[in-house]
Design a protein around this ligand. Structure first.
Ligand code: ATP
Length: 386
């Protein structure tokens, strides 16, 4: 088979009409550079910010068109917001961050006036709980959660993962775990385990593909059961992979789980950042300290040349974090390695622990752990991060 070229992709994209239907998206100059790697195609489409929701079908049409090309194994298309020259950036949301202080030299120092959080019943044996959340789906929240957990483990901590994304549990697949957990006395469930971390997910209890209709109270009780009726043993940290979004279910969850802090994952596009800001506000509302923002799919690394391309508007999350005064935890590039290892159930932190991606996650884990220590008012133990 002949190799797929950018021109062929652009030719195909000419069949996708622009929002005003007069010309196609290529002629309208809406398509970014196109990158092809291992028969997977990556590009973004620039749209006016205010029309982003309305233009989601356009993104899907472009993705479908490319995926249907012979020889294409996959496509990742994102919408990027158009910046009007000279337009002021959106006013920062009034995010108050508990426990982060105002010092530039030590962003994690607890603020003396930090509001008292309502007492939630702690879970015996679990020293700290971190939520990994995103304002919207598909930004790589679960991928970040699993690699963060493994990076914390790699540094000697006792780690568990609770997959609270009951609508689309992904931990069984990401960690390559099959089978059902055992139940011991008093309905207590023994968590599954792989790579040295304990895991509980609704995905172990229902068959994949089984349509689950969850109503709010069911979600809450399933979550509470997975949290409190599981033999977690002693954990330094439990990482909770939250369901995407900032609706009632997420809010209740953030309220009911005794969270030490939250990590918000975003992609760099302005549009994703608007959603990320909603996530930050949600934690702010329930007075859970925000440990920081991770920018995922920050830039693209071509696997053949190792060259770096900033096609996704890299840096947006960092700027946003600075603007609203929350720590910026790090940039994770879009790489084939991260995607393929996740799909194979061997996340990059364990499959290539010395590689550049694992290093990024370890650095994020270091910052998160420091944040956890200061949010819970403890002095960081002497764990040495490289
Ligand atoms: N840095 C990355 N590089 C390459 N692919 C990535 C990266 N991060 C995530 N992905 C891929 O993007 C897809 C979505 O990731 P993931 O499932 O982690 O997102 P999510 O935000 O948890 O999604 P959902 O909202 O559906 O639960 C997956 O196919 C994953 O492998």
């Amino acid at each position: 088979m002949t190799e797929l070229t950018r021109d062929q992709v652009l030719e195909t994209l000419k069949t996708v009409r622009g929002p005003d239907l007069d010309r196609n998206i290529v002629e309208l100059g809406m398509v970014s550079d196109v990158f092809i790697s291992d028969a997977k195609v990556y590009f973004s489409i620039t749209v006016p910010a205010e029309r982003a929701n309305e233009l989601e079908p356009l993104r899907q049409a472009a993705e479908r068109a490319v995926k249907s090309m012979p020889g294409v194994k996959g496509a990742l298309v994102s919408l990027t917001a158009e910046k009007k020259p000279g337009a002021p950036s959106a006013a920062p949301a009034p995010v108050r961050v508990s426990g982060q202080g105002h010092s530039h030299t030590h962003p994690h120092a607890p603020a003396p006036s930090a509001p008292q959080r309502p007492a939630k019943q702690n879970i015996p044996g679990i020293a700290s709980i971190i939520a990994v959340a995103s304002g919207k789906g598909g930004v790589g929240k679960s991928t970040t959660a699993v690699n963060l957990a493994l990076a914390l483990k790699a540094n000697g901590l006792k780690v568990g993962i609770l997959d609270a994304d009951v609508y689309g549990p992904s931990m069984p697949r990401l960690l390559g775990i099959t089978g059902r957990p055992q139940q011991i006395e008093n309905r207590i469930i023994v968590p599954m385990e792989n790579y040295g971390i304990k895991v509980m997910s609704m995905g172990f209890l229902v068959d994949e593909g089984t349509a689950m209709i969850w109503r709010g109270p069911m979600v809450q009780s399933a979550l509470m059961q997975m949290l409190r009726e599981v033999a977690w043993g002693d954990l330094d940290v439990l990482v909770v992979d939250m369901p995407p979004g900032t609706g009632d279910a997420q809010l209740t969850m953030a309220q009911q789980v005794p969270l030490t802090g939250a990590v918000v994952v975003s992609t760099p596009q302005d549009l994703a950042l608007i959603d990320a800001r909603k996530g930050l506000n949600m934690f702010n509302k329930v007075e859970v300290p925000v440990l920081g923002i991770v920018e995922n799919m920050s830039y693209f690394i071509a696997p053949d040349t190792g060259a770096r391309y900033d096609i996704f508007g890299h840096g947006g999350a960092k700027a946003e974090a600075e603007r609203i005064g929350v720590p910026f935890l790090g940039e994770v590039p879009l790489t084939i390695a991260i995607r393929e290892t996740s799909d194979a159930g061997t996340p990059v932190v364990v499959s290539d622990p010395e590689g550049p991606q694992a290093k990024v996650y370890r650095q994020i884990a270091e910052k998160v752990w420091l944040g956890v220590q200061s949010a819970s008012g403890r002095v960081a133990p002497s764990i040495v991060f490289e």
